[in-house]
Design a protein. Structure first.
Length: 222
């Protein structure tokens, strides 16, 4: 179920604070990297940021290590994303030197996950999973939910609960692959059974040394 959300800033953070919204790939041994799915910036006290967590997912693939060294998913080489549903097994195959085919090739080993398999005998890929607007013809490569590096023959598993996470940073950009130490005040926001809600930020202060920022739900509609 799609969930409409509004981040409401009632904190003491300055407008330089960045509110990083992301999901965690909960598949065992996923080897995945957390990606800043959305980043709300320049929110003065009393301002808000609207967004929607859609059920729709797309799977794409990319290659090369240079963008990962800068911890960015926003890349020029991004290949043919396709819509995926839980229970799908997606294959990625290098057909010709400049042609990569991505398609559903079977069923995942669980009805609760999406799996991506590198079917190319030599080429290494990154499997990128995106949360997108259902009617969007294209996608913004910065808006990945998770990314996993795949050697030939390897399978990436993506598993998500109806949950988002939100934390505060002064340096993480949207689409960036980040580490735990890049965020403070990370909160888990369960969304099971919720159709809309406000996420209210309180506490905080002008820098990393301030008191923690707290996040809580308000105006919940089920």
């Amino acid at each position: 179920m799609d969930v409409k959300l509004k981040l409401v800033n009632k904190s003491n953070n300055t407008m330089n604070a960045r509110y990083v919204i992301f999901q965690k790939n909960l598949a065992p041994n996923s080897g995945g990297m957390s990606v800043a799915w959305r980043v709300a910036t320049e929110l003065d006290e009393g301002m808000d940021y609207d967004f929607t967590l859609y059920d729709t997912m797309k799977v794409g693939a990319s290659w090369g290590d240079s963008h990962r060294s800068s911890r960015e998913v926003n890349i020029s080489v991004f290949i043919n994303p396709i819509t995926a549903e839980v229970g799908d097994l997606i294959g990625v195959l290098l057909v010709e030197p400049d042609l990569v085919e991505i398609k559903k090739v079977g069923h995942a080993n669980s009805r609760k996950v999406v799996q991506v398999r590198n079917d190319s005998p030599k080429m290494k890929f990154f499997a990128d999973l995106f949360r997108v607007t259902p009617d969007s013809e294209g996608i913004d490569p910065r808006m990945a939910a998770a990314t996993v590096e795949l050697a030939p023959g390897e399978i990436a598993t993506f598993a998500f609960e109806p949950t988002i996470y939100i934390g505060v940073s002064w340096k993480v950009d949207q689409g960036m692959v980040f580490e735990d130490g890049d965020l403070t005040s990370v909160a888990e926001i369960p969304l099971l059974g919720i159709s809309s809600a406000d996420i209210v930020a309180s506490g905080g202060g002008p820098d990393d040394g301030s008191e923690p920022t707290h996040f809580g739900l308000a105006n919940v509609v089920r």
